[in-house]
Design a protein around this ligand. Structure first.
Ligand code: MSP
Length: 537
């Protein structure tokens, strides 16, 4: 039987700046889900990429004395390089300056024109270049009196100066979609996740929708409108379509049509909370206008904030505050696997999370060095020592085995999957760590070193060590989406390396599959402890 498709996407990132902790956060979040879905039998397409048009990127290029295209080309390696370093397993990397995006966007324009939801007018209002967003006079003045400093109008969202735009423009009749969007939210309450974000989206739409200017004539760094070449596509109208471009939209060949039918709609768009309106209001309305299916879910994550150690409060990360943390700083401290584990399991994905070096160090030492890493090294050492470098062979099988670990491990994959399905990584990690902690306690309680002294208890010793290894094998599988290299290494060390690329997680996590008499490798410490001074905070 053909595998079901699971199509998951990150936002495509503006190339005005290098990738940072925030963009890496969206990307790792998707990677964990993509890996988990591959392990549970889905045919995954994991898409990420770069958003290369728009004023912001054109300005960054000009500041660096390059053409926009040269600038984008110069930035691509920083994104692709960081994603390789962070073990991002994307299947595609889209750039909006590629020919496929050009063709798809022009196709969109034609469909929009036919739809009757497009009209020509003129835009007279405000524009925030850093956010690439339009604001009406009322939004600006309503937002905050303080935002009128020195006669300048400031963005109600980010507080930066707005640009006055008066130009001919095509408009998308977004206002016509209010009822259909509200119906969508009613009929598919899971469309926006986590649930509390839905209220925000719904009340925005209930407040009334304005038509959206979707072309610009004031500058030219964008995809031309096919029937009116003085206009270039508004960057968000272009960017949102990337999700469909990547699965064959607008190509029209039989293969591309088949790909589109198989892959679309996407199962999950992962986005930050700042771009929910684009994904939950404008994007579904665009798709409704051109008669395409809607994505199944939009998952909105919160923002990473830097924890101020004095006040205990989270602060926005920014260069001007001097509190920005570069991905490399965290990788230097925790290693790539520790990096992934920390952000994915210590920050609740739907909420804002206050991060700090001291917390990173604490989580790493407690969970990875002292618990998981320690368990693996103890169990492998004992297996090597007491069983001649091999996994124990159970003379009586597992049937009458009394291990308390077995009870915890039973059904663990189901409990974990319930959370992983909803990107509830903190809870999923808790399910796994329960077994890790229980296994460490079991080592103390069963005292294998004492049992080993009595030859009459050889069978008991084999049961203890086998239970530990079996727990480790299962935990390695469940931790693999978070720390793929470590899990593959743990499985290799215990002679179960061929299981690492499983597509049937539920089966490999069944208790009792551990092979006996297989050679084990002790290896170096997986997570050497971080000495407190190293973090510098
Ligand atoms: N180009 C648009 C997205 C177009 S998708 C069709 C864009 N790009 S972005 O580079 O500005 O941001 C991309 C993502 O990074 C957003 O999801 C945003 O929420 C996320 N983050 C940026 N800073 C962040 C934090 N400090 N914390 C967590 N994520 C944040 O928007």
């Amino acid at each position: 039987m053909a595998k079901p498709s699971f199509f998951i996407t990150t936002p495509i990132y503006y190339v005005n700046a290098r990738p940072h902790l925030g963009t890496a956060y969206s990307t790792v979040l998707c990677d964990v889900e993509a890996r988990y879905r591959r392990a549970t039998g889905y045919d995954v397409k994991f898409l990420t990429g770069m958003d290369e048009h728009g004023e912001k990127v054109a300005e960054a290029a000009a500041e660096h004395g390059m053409t926009p295209q040269e600038w984008c080309d110069s930035q691509a390696p920083f994104f692709e390089g960081l994603w390789r370093q962070l073990e991002i397993s994307n299947d595609d990397f889209i750039r909006t300056t590629e020919q496929r995006q050009h063709d798809a966007v022009q196709h969109l324009w034609e469909r929009m024109r036919e739809s009757g939801y497009l009209y020509k007018g003129s835009y007279d209002g405000w524009y925030c270049v850093p956010e690439e967003t339009y604001f009406t006079e009322t939004q600006v003045t309503k937002s905050d009196e303080e935002h009128h400093s020195e006669g300048r109008h400031l963005c109600p969202d980010c507080g930066r100066p707005l640009e006055r735009v008066r130009e001919e423009s095509y408009f998308f009749r977004l206002s016509a979609f209010q009822d259909r969007l509200l119906k969508l939210y009613d009929e598919h309450p899971g469309f926006v996740q986590p649930d509390f974000r839905m209220n925000e989206v719904r009340s925005f739409v209930e407040g009334g929708l304005q038509d959206l200017s979707v072309s610009r004539t004031g500058f030219d760094w964008g995809i031309p409108v096919p029937f009116d070449e003085r206009h270039v596509t508004y960057v968000w109208f272009d960017a949102l379509l990337n999700y469909m471009t990547a699965v064959g939209y607008g190509v029209g060949t039989p293969d591309a049509k088949a790909e589109l039918a198989y892959r679309w709609p996407a199962q999950c768009h992962v986005v930050g909370k700042d771009i929910i309106r684009f994904h939950c209001v404008i994007w579904p309305a665009m798709l409704m206008a051109i008669g395409e299916e809607l994505p199944e879910h939009v998952f909105a994550h919160g923002f990473l904030m830097v924890r101020n150690e004095e006040t205990g409060q989270g602060e926005k990360m920014s260069k001007s505050r001097g509190n920005a943390i570069a991905p490399q700083d965290v990788i230097d401290l925790l290693g790539v696997e520790g990096y992934r584990y920390y952000f994915m399991t210590d920050v609740v994905p739907g909420e804002d999370g206050a991060i700090s070096f001291s917390r990173m160090e604490q989580v790493y030492n407690a969970d990875l060095a002292n618990s998981w890493g320690n368990l693996v090294s103890r169990a492998l050492n004992m297996s090597a020592k007491y069983f001649d470098g091999k996994t124990p062979v159970l003379a009586d099988g597992w049937a009458d085995e009394q291990s308390p670990l077995r009870e915890i491990a039973q059904g663990i994959e189901g409990r974990y999957a319930k959370h992983m399905d909803r990107l509830e990584y903190v809870q999923a990690k808790d399910v796994v760590m329960e077994l890790v902690h229980a296994a460490n306690h079991y080592v103390e309680d069963s005292a294998p070193w004492a049992v080993a002294k009595d030859p009459a208890r050889a069978g008991e010793l084999a049961q203890i060590i086998a239970s530990l290894l079996e727990s480790i094998r299962i935990c390695a599988h469940l931790l693999a989406p978070f720390m793929p290299t470590t899990s593959a290494e743990v499985l290799r060390r215990m002679g179960a390396g061929e299981e690492a690329d499983t597509t049937d997680l539920a089966s490999v996590c069944e208790w009792g599959r551990l092979a006996g008499g297989v050679e084990v490798t002790k290896g170096d410490a997986l997570f050497p402890r971080i000495a407190p001074a190293k973090s510098g905070m």
